[in-house]
Design a protein around this ligand. Structure first.
Ligand SMILES: *[C@@H]1O[C@H](CO)[C@@H](O)[C@H](O)[C@H]1NC(C)=O
Ligand SMILES: *[C@@H]1O[C@H](CO)[C@@H](O)[C@H](O)[C@H]1NC(C)=O
Ligand SMILES: *[C@@H]1O[C@H](CO)[C@@H](O)[C@H](O)[C@H]1NC(C)=O
Ligand SMILES: *[C@@H]1O[C@H](CO)[C@@H](O)[C@H](O)[C@H]1NC(C)=O
Ligand SMILES: *[C@@H]1O[C@H](CO)[C@@H](O)[C@H](O)[C@H]1NC(C)=O
Length: 204
């Protein structure tokens, strides 16, 4: 799974979408009910990536939109985790929490597709002093170093009748991902002296 990320994420805020009312209203859904979608995405918002990815089929078709080093169509779950999720995690300063918030959910139930709007806030390895404000009421984080990574996502997500995610088209802030990778990925600030003795993520 994604040990780098899952070990680093701390829960700062609770899931913002109430699932109780939705559970009663959508118990007979053909596809994922709103309550189920909230439950699955609580894996991301709680920092339990294993729990989230256990609801994604192995041969998921995951298309990261945009024009940046992580954009592309990932042919299965492990390719997406290793080549996109873990690669981005390597640009983070893992001494600071990575906060993912589920902002909104659209669709699901009798619709094969749903859309999840997400916000991810993290601290990158480079950068300057700043203070990070949580979305909701709560303690203000006082961070001493690192550039903010504050990205918003819209995931168009297709579910099968077993309530598993089979396809995602993830829309995001390309410029921020590109900047994060270029300024923090160790292998990109290389020179002709740099030894090339290990396989990089995405190289095979
Ligand atoms: C599903 O729908 C059927 C028929 O309308 C109903 O009898 C049943 O109670 C519903 N199940 C749930 C869990 O709501
Ligand atoms: C993460 O979720 C899995 C599956 O639901 C569960 O077995 C595990 O205990 C959870 N881990 C944590 C740290 O909560
Ligand atoms: C994903 O594809 C890669 C490359 O073909 C393969 O090595 C890996 O085992 C596959 N993983 C899954 C979960 O299918
Ligand atoms: C945050 O850090 C600044 C500078 O070190 C300090 O003056 C301030 O008291 C800190 N705030 C909190 C809430 O810890
Ligand atoms: C890239 O920059 C980082 C941080 O300054 C440094 O630790 C690392 O050695 C550099 N890597 C290369 C290949 O130059």
């Amino acid at each position: 799974m994604s040990p780098m990320i899952s070990s680093s994420i701390a829960l700062l805020m609770s899931l913002s979408v109430s699932s109780t009312a939705a559970a009663a209203a959508t118990a007979n859904c053909t596809y994922a009910s709103r309550a189920h979608i909230n439950q699955v995405f609580s894996g991301l918002t709680n920092g339990n990536f294993s729990a989230f990815f256990s609801n994604v089929v192995d041969d998921v078709d995951w298309n990261v939109q945009g024009t940046h080093p992580l954009a592309g169509r990932y042919a299965n779950k492990s390719l997406f985790i290793v080549n996109a999720v873990d690669r981005l995690a390597r640009s983070q300063n893992l001494n600071f929490p990575d906060t993912i918030t589920l902002v909104n959910v659209v669709g699901g139930c009798d619709e094969e597709w749903s859309v999840e709007e997400l916000r991810e806030q993290a601290v990158l390895k480079n950068g300057e002093t700043f203070q990070l404000w949580p979305l909701r009421d709560g303690p203000r984080l006082n961070l001493s170093s690192g550039l903010t990574f504050d990205n918003t996502y819209a995931w168009a997500t297709r579910w099968d009748t077993q309530q598993q995610i089979v396809q995602v088209r993830a829309y995001l802030d390309s410029a921020l991902v590109a900047k994060s990778i270029f300024e923090n990925e160790l292998s990109t600030n290389s020179t002709y002296h740099t030894p090339r003795t290990v396989l990089e993520p995405g190289s095979c």
